[in-house]
Each structure stands twice: as structure tokens, then as C-alpha cells.
Design a protein around this ligand. Structure first.
Ligand SMILES: [Mg+2]
Length: 297
């Protein structure tokens, strides 16, 4: 099993120092990364009051350093959240929805789906529903997967579920459907309520059009900004976040993410991933302050 100690610390890495000095945009995950327990910006990972993330956001905004959320959350949620934080752009639904200039321009990505995959007036979300992807998984893995209520509504492209299923086996089952749909493990969550049976470690699980991903969206976003990979960095707490390492100069993992074996497995394939000492928003603040220091030279 991969070991968390394989990932160098942000503070000790020369590679990270060089990447920080060059970075002109930060892509950030939200849940488990920027936010503390209960998805609270003003709490740490245990739920205790903590202002680290809020102060770091104000400092980056003050320095004019742009931050773009890349999250599994839907556009409606991120529109409000980015308004509160003072950020004009975001990437929602695991890369499938890109929103610019406070929603003035919105771009959808359905990846590898061939032309004509959608029925008239059908959203990609409705198409995944039509081919029966969720029912199929629930029949195959009874009690182990369900909708991530109440976050599963108001979505345009992807379905968000929770539970714990063997991802490769679930993917093989999805491959029999008439539309190419990929299952993505988006890391550990702590739902207040669920009706799963015998699941001790609950993961957020997304169904997305094949060929879409956070890293694909980041790549498209960088092109739109006229920036290259080395001009960008990302921060997160899941394997899906670490996958952005392919498209940016540096990925930082907040320390709580190191508990996820899927993240460690993914990180083993990259040499531009580092970890913070602190968890959740305090880890995020650690990266923000290192970025500000590096930009000051
Ligand atoms: Mg996360």
C-alpha cells in the first residue's frame, strides 16, 4: 500500500518553491480542502472555529492572485459561494460546467459523448438518468450506494452519489450502458444522515460523461486564459484532485487527504505533488501564505 511519507512536504520542497514563484492561478477543491467539518469555511477539520482559510482568501484577493474553484458541486451552489468569496470564475460538476465572469458565460463539457447522444431538450444529467446508470449500480451493490441527498439536485451533467463500491467492478458494469459513463471516487465525506448498510467509510461518488474530468477542465480553462501548465497549481484532498497534476505545475494535498489510500495511489504516479502540514482550511492557508511569500520573492 502506498505510504503518505512518499509525498514531500510543501515547506521542504524546492520543486514546490519554484512552482509557487511562477504560479499565476490556483485551482482549488472545496469540500475537505478549503472547508472544514460540515463544509464550514470558518471551522477546522474537527468543527472548531477557525479563521485560517478566510484570512488566506482575503490575503490572496488583496494581492490580486486568482483562485478558481474546481468542485463536484453544482453551478447553483458555486455561484453563491464564489460571490461570497469574491472570485468571478468557477468549474462545477467535476469539470463538466465552466462558468466565467460571474456566470456571464457558461461552457458545458460532455467529453467523449458522440454527436446526437442527447434527446431534444435533454440535459446530460437526464441522459444518464435515461440509460438507468444509478438504478443499475444500486441493484448490483445493494445498500452500498445511494444519491448524496441533499446535494444531488439541480445538476446539469453529473450525478452525485455516496457510498463505497469497488470502482473497477462498477465501471465494468457501467460500460455495458448505451452511453459512455465514468464512475469517479471524489474522496471521503461525512454525511449527517445516510441509509447505506454496513459502510464505515463513505465516499462521494460521481457519474460523469466519459472523457470529462477536473484535469480536462483545468486544461481547457488554462487555454482560455492563455496560460500553460507551469503557470498554474492546484490544491485538493482526493485522487480526482491529484489527477490535476497532469495539467498544472504543482498539486498540493491538504494533510487530511493523506488518509485516503486512493489519493496516495494516484500521487505515486506524479513527481509534482506535495502535502501541507495542516489539514483542511489551515492547510489551504499554508499554501496561500507560501504562494504570497514566493510571489514577493
Ligand atoms: Mg474534496
Amino acid at each position: 500500500m502506498p505510504d503518505a511519507r512518499m509525498i514531500p512536504s510543501l515547506a521542504d520542497s524546492e520543486m514546490a518553491a519554484a512552482a509557487l514563484a511562477r504560479a499565476r492561478v490556483l485551482y482549488t477543491d472545496v469540500d475537505g480542502t478549503l472547508l472544514g467539518r460540515g463544509a464550514c469555511l470558518l471551522a477546522d477539520g474537527e468543527g472548531a472555529p477557525n479563521l485560517d482559510a478566510a484570512n488566506a482568501i482575503a490575503a490572496l484577493n488583496g494581492a490580486g492572485l486568482p483562485v478558481v474553484i474546481v468542485s463536484g458541486r453544482n453551478a447553483r451552489q458555486l455561484r453563491e459561494m464564489t460571490r461570497l468569496l469574491g472570485w468571478p470564475d468557477f468549474i462545477a460538476e467535476l469539470g463538466c460546467v465552466r462558468s466565467y465572469d460571474r456566470g456571464a458565460r457558461v461552457v458545458y463539457d460532455t467529453g467523449d459523448w458522440p454527436e446526437g447522444s442527447l434527446l431534444p431538450d435533454e440535459t446530460p444529467y437526464e441522459a444518464i438518468e435515461r440509460v438507468g446508470a444509478v438504478e443499475m449500480l444500486q441493484e448490483r451493490f445493494p445498500g452500498l450506494i445511494e444519491y448524496h441527498d441533499p446535494w444531488h439536485v439541480d445538476r446539469d451533467v453529473t450525478h452525485i452519489l455516496r457510498g463505497n463500491v469497488p470502482i473497477a467492478e462498477a465501471q465494468a458494469a457501467l460500460d455495458a450502458l448505451p452511453l459512455p459513463v465514468t464512475i469517479v471516487d471524489n474522496g471521503i465525506v461525512h454525511p449527517l444522515h445516510h441509509t447505506l448498510v454496513g459502510v464505515t467509510e463513505v465516499h462521494a461518488i460521481h457519474l460523469v460523461p466519459r472523457g470529462t474530468s477536473k484535469q480536462h477542465a483545468v486544461s481547457a480553462d488554462l487555454r482560455a486564459r492563455g496560460l500553460g501548465a507551469a503557470d498554474a497549481m492546484a490544491i485538493g484532498d482526493s485522487a480526482a484532485d491529484v489527477s490535476m497534476a497532469e495539467m498544472v505545475g504543482l498539486v498540493t494535498v491538504v494533510s487530511n487527504g493523506l488518509r485516503d489510500p486512493k489519493l496516495l495511489e494516484c500521487a505515486a504516479g506524479f513527481d509534482n505533488v506535495v502535502a501541507t502540514n495542516a489539514s483542511h482550511g489551515s492547510g489551504w492557508a499554508e499554501l496561500a501564505s507560501a504562494w504570497l511569500a514566493a510571489r514577493r520573492g
